[in-house]
Design a protein around this ligand. Structure first.
Ligand code: AMP
Length: 168
């Protein structure tokens, strides 16, 4: 699938589900702490507010827009995180950029800031939820051969059980 072949959404539906701080209210289990917001920049802001577009056949763009329900655990201006609906560990969170990027292989130097924010957000969430004591794993799959099934880059944050190496 090529992102250039995709039509675009408007986010009118999403904004109607947002609370005062722009965080979706449905299924939101944890608002970001003030420390988190300070670390990532104030406010949430939609991709559209920065002239970016969501892709209308992308399930994660729809989750970010609030068009598909999810259990949101974190959101800031650039990054959105929610519980995986088929968890592979007691804790399994997906951390995604709000901007649609199909796969890791498409990344360019221009994407370094958002990818950095994504990783920092995942590690901060792990730390704030005590995952560092037991250990956690962050996985990013690129391509079908590596197990990628949703074509919007995402980091799996997994914790709560032992992990083997090498991974399967
Ligand atoms: P990957 O196979 O690396 O592309 O990971 C995609 C992940 O998205 C899988 O772990 C799925 O369980 C998860 N997933 C797919 N649809 C949803 C959804 N609607 N809500 C939450 N997680 C989802």
């Amino acid at each position: 699938m090529s992102s250039s072949a995709c039509a675009y959404l408007d986010h009118t539906t999403a904004s109607s589900q947002e609370g005062q701080n722009g965080t979706p209210q449905t299924g939101n289990e944890q608002a970001p702490s003030s420390e988190s917001q300070a670390a990532e920049g104030q406010g949430t802001g939609s991709p559209e507010s920065r002239g970016e577009k969501a892709v209308n056949d992308c399930i994660f763009c729809k989750i970010i827009a609030g068009q598909i329900p999810s259990t949101v655990v974190f959101e800031d201006e650039d990054v959105f995180a929610f519980r995986d609906n088929n968890p592979q560990a007691p804790q399994h969170v997906l951390v995604v950029p709000k901007r649609h990027i199909e796969k890791l292989n498409d990344l360019t130097a221009n994407d370094a800031p958002v990818v950095g924010k994504l990783l920092v957000a995942a590690c901060r969430f792990a730390r704030e939820h005590g995952m560092d004591a037991q250990g956690y794993r962050i996985v990013l799959n690129n391509g079908e051969g590596a197990g990628q099934s949703v074509w919007h880059i995402h980091a799996h944050l997994l914790s709560g059980r032992p992990f083997r190496w090498p991974p399967g």
